[in-house]
Unconditional design. Structure first.
Length: 70
């Protein structure tokens, strides 16, 4: 997810994350997600939308989520 284009809907790939915290937050396989914005700091947060919820993720968390085109 850390390389996903801003504003474009993507789908979380099957087995897209094995991080229990992300799964509990709703980052589930086949769920639609999009990057809303990135911090201009290189290691800054990435703001993403999953369904109606908006989250700020660390780059290390975002890199654990695998995406496929929606």
């Amino acid at each position: 997810m850390s390389q996903a284009p801003v504003g474009q809907w993507q789908r979380i790939a099957a087995g897209g994350s094995n991080n229990a915290r992300l799964l509990e937050l709703g980052f589930l396989p086949h769920e639609q997600v999009r990057v809303l914005r990135r911090s201009w700091f290189r290691q800054g947060a990435i703001v993403v939308q999953v369904g109606p919820a908006v989250f700020g993720l660390r780059p290390s968390e975002a890199s654990q989520i695998l995406l496929e085109a929606a």
